[in-house]
Design a protein around this ligand. Sequence first.
Ligand SMILES: [Zn+2]
Length: 122
Amino acid sequence: MKTEDVLNNTTDLKSEVWRWADCLGVKVHEVHVRQMRRKWASISTNGRLTLNTELLNLPAQLAEFVIVHELVHLLVPNHGKLFKGYMSAYLPDWQERQKCLNEEGITGLGKSLEACKTLSCE
Ligand SMILES: [Zn+2]
């Protein structure tokens, strides 16, 4: 049962990736979900996306934000004006989501999650 739940979640996470890749018109070649120590996700220029399994413990909106952030990097490699422009175009409330995510920290998972949920991310 438990394993199935996890698998389903990973599948959901991946389908979010395909949905957004389609939406942004970018090519993602591989999606990996694994434990990562310091990052929520990473992407290589050839479209290899790695997502932290911890994203499954976050509100879906925050996981979505991470996915969109990484995929926009296939359009813009830095966090400059253009990057922010894309983020605002596709995810108008991305700054709020980012704030929530930053409050989480990578090690403080769960602590402020409830507050975050009731704030604006849910
Ligand atoms: Zn980035």
